[in-house]
Design a protein around this ligand. Structure first.
Ligand code: AMP
Ligand code: ZN
Length: 120
């Protein structure tokens, strides 16, 4: 399968891994948007959140638990952080292997967009 993140899971493309367990791996985003910007991905390929099913519940939960563990390791669990999963075009998804963004190390604004609200 021609998937960038499957190749990172397989070790065919290098990534700076900061966490791994049976279900997920995490590595630093190549284009960081915060002092810490990690991507947490399931070892199993899932295109989008829409494609996840009941059998993926454990992996989806493992992604969130990994985010909290990494936040603790990096020292910003108490000050706070953000997790985001983008889905499809309007969500801003560009890599079609689901991933949870973990952003921490600075205070972030809300709402997270500056663009005009789209209704379509
Ligand atoms: P998204 O737009 O939600 O699909 O996020 C994809 C993320 O993957 C972006 O933040 C990219 O900077 C990041 N990314 C793309 N290629 C790599 C790579 N080879 N290693 C690490 N992060 C990457
Ligand atoms: Zn994949």
């Amino acid at each position: 399968m021609d998937c960038l993140f499957c190749k990172i899971v397989a070790g065919e493309i290098p990534a700076n891994r900061i966490y791994e367990d049976d279900e997920v791996i995490a590595f630093n985003d190549i284009n960081p948007q915060a002092p810490t910007h990690a991507l947490i991905i399931p070892r199993k390929h899932i295109d989008t959140l829409n494609a996840a099913d009941e059998s993926d519940k454990s992996a989806l939960g493992a992604m969130s638990l990994a985010a909290a563990k990494i936040a603790e390791q990096q020292g910003f669990a108490q000050s706070g952080y953000r997790t985001v999963m983008n889905c499809n075009e309007h969500g801003g998804q560009t890599v079609y292997h689901i991933h949870l963004h973990l952003l921490g190390g600075k205070a972030m604004g809300w709402p997270p967009y500056q663009d005009t609200l789209k209704t379509a």
